[in-house]
Design a protein. Structure first.
Length: 275
């Protein structure tokens, strides 16, 4: 189950940001302006909520078991393009009647994680961390051909872009994008449906989104049908982000025990390291 949860979080981040880039690519003019602006951002501040129902078949009892998951996250980054990345994410997840809290951040060559008071860190070189963040947040190479349909409507000064993704094409994209995030984990994934909306302001920045997604995930004989709603807000896009990193005191260095530096192999990155 924990492997599936890790894969689910990675998929959420990947598909969410994939939808962002694809949604920008509707009319040619909107495509050029919004995509260029999104790719040039040196900072980001966003809030994301995930509401999911996971359904697992129980063949012995001939019934379906359902589990609810709710997660809230605030993610901030700056100096993305200038070569001195700073990253911080605060998360709360409620699952199986328990609520877990975590804060993760990157500073001076180390990836830090505080999960319910358990503090660990491990070395990760800057280039690996930047590559990991770009895998999670950038989708400049995505093609509009991944979309089945796109439409735009005006709402005051904003434009609302609605989209429906092609499941087969989205599957290929997500599986390729998740390879470096999940490493050698035995996880299978089939996306059944993805659709949603993005709001674009008068300055051609994304300000909010919602996404409905259905997928099947399997690992080591366990299979889940996941029905998910994602809702997000992009706070003051195009403006500098006020990012204050926590103290680095009191974190146990995992490299002391394992003698390895993360970032070159295995599951890495913000989405894969949280729980």
């Amino acid at each position: 189950m924990k492997r599936l949860m890790t894969a689910l979080l990675a998929a959420v981040m990947t598909v969410t940001m994939a939808g962002t880039a694809l949604a920008a690519k509707d009319p040619a003019a909107l495509l050029e302006r919004v995509t260029q602006k999104a790719n040039e951002l040196d900072s980001m501040d966003c809030d994301l909520g995930v509401h999911a129902v996971m359904v697992m078949q129980d063949p012995e009892m001939d019934l379906d078991l359902s589990l609810n998951l709710d997660m809230m996250m605030n993610m901030k980054m700056d100096q993305i393009k200038s070569g001195n990345l700073r990253y911080k994410a605060d998360m709360a997840m409620e699952f199986l009647g328990q609520t877990e809290y975590a804060t993760v951040f990157y500073k001076d060559g180390y990836y830090y994680m505080d999960s319910n008071g358990e503090k660990i860190k491990y070395p990760m070189d800057l280039n690996s961390m930047i590559a990991s963040v770009e895998q999670t947040t950038a989708a400049a190479d995505l093609a509009p051909s991944l979309m089945k349909s796109l439409s735009v409507r005006e709402e005051g000064e904003n434009r609302v872009l609605s989209y429906v993704a092609d499941p087969a094409k989205m599957n290929a994209y997500v599986q390729d994008a998740l390879k470096p995030l999940l490493g050698s984990m035995d996880v299978g994934m089939i996306i059944r449906e993805v659709k949603g909306e993005y709001v674009i302001n008068k300055d051609d920045y994304y300000t909010s989104m919602n996404m409905y997604m259905v997928m099947d995930m399997s690992s080591y004989g366990e299979t889940l049908r996941i029905i998910m709603l994602l809702e997000g807000n992009f706070n003051n896009p195009g403006q500098p982000v006020n990012l204050e990193l926590p103290s680095t005191d009191g974190y146990s260095d995992l490299s002391t025990y394992y003698g390895t530096s993360r970032g070159s192999s295995g599951a890495t990155g913000p989405a894969a390291e949280i729980w």
